[in-house]
Ligand binder design. Structure first.
Ligand code: AMP
Ligand code: MN
Ligand code: MN
Ligand code: MN
Length: 314
């Protein structure tokens, strides 16, 4: 497909220079912007503060940034201020945990009003189940011979309302049970493994509505990560679109290069705008750093085109 021609083209060198941006002209596809619209801070399961992330993004050549903490907008005002200080254009962001067809699906919201009451209440309710879930995970891990995991995970959590599996993973690495967080997920924290607790998150319709009613755009996060059949995936995309969703992540740190092509085709088939984001969590854990991904394929509509009036300009 013609998409192969552009998928895989590298982003500009990560020296923090803006030369590439200033030499853009009409011949440069509008998708060639170093936008990073997916990452996590200590407000969810990242290890850097919003300020450290803004600095790091600027150093790596990011031009448009969004902080997308899980089920949280508590870092948005800090992130927007830090973006301004670092010379980055900014979009508000979050990544909402959703249950769909018996699986967890993540929906990224971009460009919403971070103070919207329905959105903040919905996110608060979604976070609320995490406490009991984490205590149950601690109990199950204790049964599996690993004591103190709940307290250990809490120590790693920068936000007591947002204890995630990632914090348990860090505790199990810290105590030497596993050598890295990938091993923890594989052995303990995924379905069928001793520390896994199934959980019911927000439904898709509510998550999309919270984002859209707050003035933002809803985006299906890392679609290749879900274990759906072709029929289930088709249903997800169709229903999402019908509910008012407008975007899908095509270029993400959670996709392999061949998946860039698959989801570029899906974006075209469903007439969805395309998003790009590293899903960066931590310098020690993340394979892909901020801003270090191929550009979006030039044939797609970049999600930021739908959000021009929502961007806070540096
Ligand atoms: P939670 O929201 O508590 O279910 O935790 C989900 C988070 O765990 C994701 O956002 C990722 O940061 C991380 N995660 C999920 N699956 C894996 C995996 N297989 N390997 C490493 N990290 C994972
Ligand atoms: Mn995460
Ligand atoms: Mn995710
Ligand atoms: Mn994420």
């Amino acid at each position: 497909s013609a998409l192969h021609h552009f998928v895989g083209k590298a982003a500009p060198a990560c020296t923090g220079n803006t030369e590439n941006a200033t030499t853009y002209n009409e011949a440069v596809p509008k998708t060639y912007l170093n936008a990073d619209l997916h990452c996590h801070s200590v407000v969810s399961d990242g290890t850097l503060t919003p300020e450290q992330l803004a600095q790091r993004a600027a150093e790596r050549g990011v031009e448009l940034w969004a902080l997308t903490d899980h089920d949280e907008v508590g870092g948005q005002h800090r992130a927007a201020a830090a973006a301004k200080a670092a010379g980055l254009d900014y979009l508000t962001g979050t990544e909402i945990s959703v249950s769909y067809a018996g699986s967890s699906v993540h929906i990224v919201g971009l460009g919403f009003d971070a103070d919207n009451a329905e959105l903040t209440q919905g996110l608060y309710d979604n976070r609320n189940g995490r406490g009991p879930r984490a205590r149950e995970m601690g109990r199950l891990l204790e049964e599996a011979g690993i004591p103190g995991a709940y307290e250990g995970a809490l120590r790693h959590a920068g936000n007591p309302e947002l204890v995630s599996r990632t914090h348990f993973a860090r505790f199990l690495v810290e105590t030497g049970v596993c050598s890295d967080t990938y091993e923890v997920f594989r052995r303990y924290l995924t379905e069928g493994k001793p520390g896994y607790v199934s959980h019911v998150w927000a439904n898709l319709r509510d998550a999309v509505r919270w984002i859209v009613d707050a003035g933002g755009v809803a985006v299906i996060a890392h679609p290749a990560r879900y274990d759906f059949s072709a029929i289930e995936e088709y249903a997800l995309f169709s229903e999402f679109k019908q509910m008012g969703g407008q975007g899908v992540e095509v270029i993400t740190g959670s996709h392999r290069p061949h998946e860039y092509v698959t989801y570029a085709e899906m974006a075209k088939e469903f007439d969805l705008a395309a998003s790009r984001g590293s899903d960066f969590h931590s310098p020690e854990e993340s394979q892909i750093d901020l801003g270090q991904l191929p550009y979006l394929p030039s044939q797609l509509t970049p999600v930021w085109k739908l959000l021009q009036d929502r961007i806070q300009r540096a």
